[in-house]
Design a protein around this ligand. Structure first.
Ligand code: THU
Length: 160
């Protein structure tokens, strides 16, 4: 018998200006993208901006549906758009931010489990980790080195 501990290292930027300028820029684009969310049911707005290896930036925002389980998360909208518009160009960094008009979110909101799985799939596909930057409406930014680090023991294609 042995016991192991799985760790998720985080870099926390208490102030936005502590981040590299490239990250600040990407987060500002994610914040702008959430204005394109279609969220008439939850009134919760999520924006994502993905920086690709060639410098292109792709955005995504959540797109809801009256049939609730069909709602698309911002992260997966961005991943799908990147795949279609820039096939085979790896994603380096994805910034994600949220807005709740009823309650200011001052902590980073992490991607849901399904999005973590989708980010891991993309990391496996492109053979490169995706750095994640998470921020609430304001407040600290968490930098996470990969999707895999927030989905330990994940299921992947190697089992199939
Ligand atoms: N949402 C995202 O866009 N990303 C996540 O990782 C979590 C949740 C969206 C889905 C839905 O439109 C709203 O937030 C409330 O769950």
């Amino acid at each position: 018998m042995k016991k192991i501990t799985l760790e998720t290292p985080l870099i926390i930027y208490e102030e936005q200006h502590e981040m590299p300028e490239e990250y600040q820029h990407l987060m500002s684009i994610a914040r702008k993208a959430l204005e394109d969310a279609y969220a008439p049911y939850s009134h919760f707005y999520v924006g994502a901006a993905a920086l690709l290896q060639d410098g292109s930036i792709i955005t995504g925002a959540n797109q809801e549906n009256a049939a609730y389980p069909m709602c698309l998360c911002a992260e997966r909208v961005a991943l799908g758009t990147a795949s279609m518009q820039y096939p085979n160009i790896p994603i380096k960094v994805m910034a994600i931010t949220v807005k709740n008009p009823e309650k200011e979110v001052i902590q980073p909101a992490a991607p849901c489990g399904s999005c973590r799985q989708a980010i891991c799939e993309m990391e496996n596909r492109q053979q490169q980790s995706i750095i994640l930057l998470l921020q609430g409406e304001q407040g600290p930014v968490y930098e996470i080195s990969s999707g895999a680090s927030i989905l330990p023991l994940s299921f992947n294609g190697e089992y199939l």
